[in-house]
Design a protein around this ligand. Structure first.
Ligand SMILES: Cc1cc2nc3c(=O)[nH]c(=O)nc-3n(C[C@H](O)[C@H](O)[C@H](O)COP(=O)(O)OP(=O)(O)OC[C@H]3O[C@@H](n4cnc5c(N)ncnc54)[C@H](O)[C@@H]3O)c2cc1C
Length: 397
């Protein structure tokens, strides 16, 4: 069977490796970027990870990887793909793993600002990140805050401008977002909430209230948009992402989607697009199995991490502010938060502490969420209560 994968980010690469591992012989992996696949998380954490450009450590032997080749058109009837070099490639199964791109501000002078999605974006940012300079980051999401920490550690004066009333609005409970902002404040990063941007100049950012901020470097970090144009041009159903069923199959026969570009039908959450590293890894491998005939549903829970200064943040499940939240304080000043639904079932868990300290508990919480576990709130709040024991007692749930 001929397999073609469009996009060699985490999702596309994992799919190609899984297909090869299953003994498939004809695997073509197309990538519009001219670099071999690399880890995007390192782009905003270079100090932690020893450099922003970290190639993904993967063996691509046996895979026809065409780096620097863009797919420009899909013909689902002929089952063919037109590439930007004029070549037509035929497929039996096609995976769309086209990822996402940084969202831009809708203003003409956006060209004065940089965004961060690719290694070349990172190169441009760090080339302008002179110690002693002023940086303005527009957007207090995870990437904006990681960049704030990174630029602060490089000796820049950093101001974060956010349209909403707080940082990390969508993904992270307010309590932990507040702790992270406090840590930034200790480092000297300034936050301006509820502020719009009126203009971006070569050396300034003008806010909605007329304030002019000095800016040697302006970064817009206001989220991403999924790359769906190739799919929608081929008549594949798309909304905020390429729509798939529970097996990651799109509306066109033989065509699948995975990773940041895919809005999947998740049994737990309904139509949902995830934008995290592990989701891309999981969905890539899962799509490969589906392309080979598996009929299982994709049920993995969303999990993410973020590193800022010496703090490690992790979360699993989907945050909903209206849920009952149980707080567990950890001895080193760290915090775990557990979100319960109206039936007392654990639905999401978040942790913030030094380094990797919350990793084990978040891993256990993930298993508990998968099992729809009900745990007494007083146990969740008690640092002496091992989540492992809840796992044992919830084994039959
Ligand atoms: C700066 C940064 C930091 C991050 N940090 C974290 C983190 O700490 N934790 C976390 O969980 N997640 C993090 N993420 C998110 C995570 O990296 C992404 O969710 C993940 O990389 C998505 O992988 P993907 O394969 O779906 O898409 P992508 O990595 O976007 O790969 C898609 C690839 O497809 C290519 N492509 C698109 N269209 C075509 C076409 N027509 N033809 C050929 N090729 C095409 C693109 O050029 C791209 O190379 C971070 C992301 C960024 C940008």
């Amino acid at each position: 069977m001929k397999h073609v994968i469009i996009g060699a980010g985490e999702a596309g690469l994992r799919a190609a490796i899984a297909l090869r591992g299953a003994g498939e012989q004809h695997i073509i992996l197309l990538n519009g970027e001219t670099l071999a696949p690399y880890e995007r998380p390192a782009l905003s954490k270079p100090t932690n990870d020893h450099g922003y450009h970290r190639p993904i450590d993967a063996d691509v032997s046996g895979i026809d990887a065409r780096i620097g080749t863009l797919a420009v058109d899909i013909n689902p009837v002929a089952r063919s793909i037109r590439c930007d070099d004029g070549a037509d490639i035929f497929y039996d199964r096609l995976l769309l793993a086209t990822g996402a791109r940084a969202r831009k501000l809708a203003m003409p002078d956006m060209t004065q600002a940089l965004t961060l999605r690719t290694a070349s974006d990172a190169k441009a940012i760090y080339a302008k990140a002179e110690p002693g300079g002023n940086a303005v980051i527009i957007g207090a999401g995870l990437i904006g805050l990681e960049m704030a920490a990174e630029l602060n550690s490089r000796g820049l004066t950093v101001t974060v401008v956010e349209a909403g009333p707080r940082a990390l609005g969508r993904a992270v409970p307010a309590l932990l977002a507040g702790m992270i902002v406090e840590r930034h404040g200790e480092a000297g990063v300034r936050f301006l909430f509820d502020q719009s941007v009126q203009a971006i100049g070569p050396k300034t950012v003008t806010l909605g209230d007329g304030t002019i901020l000095p800016a040697d470097l302006t970064i817009v970090a206001i989220g991403v948009e999924p790359n769906v144009e190739l799919a929608s041009g081929a008549g594949i159903s798309c909304e905020n992402g390429i729509l798939t069923d529970q097996q990651l199959k799109t509306s066109e026969d033989g065509i699948y989607a995975a990773g940041d570009c895919a809005a999947i039908n998740h049994p737990r959450y309904g139509t949902m697009r995830f934008e995290t590293w592990r989701n891309a890894v999981d969905q890539g491998s899962f799509a490969a199995a589906a392309m080979l005939g598996s009929t299982e549903a994709f049920t993995a829970l969303p999990w993410f991490w973020s590193d800022q200064y010496n703090l490690g943040l992790q979360g699993v499940g989907l945050h909903k502010p209206e849920r009952t939240t149980i707080r567990r304080d950890l001895t080193d000043g760290g915090v775990l938060l557990f979100e319960l639904d109206e039936d007392g079932i654990l639905q999401a868990a978040y942790g913030l502490a030094k380094g990797n300290l919350v990793a084990k508990d978040i891993r256990l919480a993930e298993k508990l969420i998968e099992r729809n576990a009900v745990i007494a709130p007083e146990n969740l709040a008690d640092q002496g209560y091992a989540l492992k024991s809840a796992l044992k007692s919830s084994a039959q749930v």
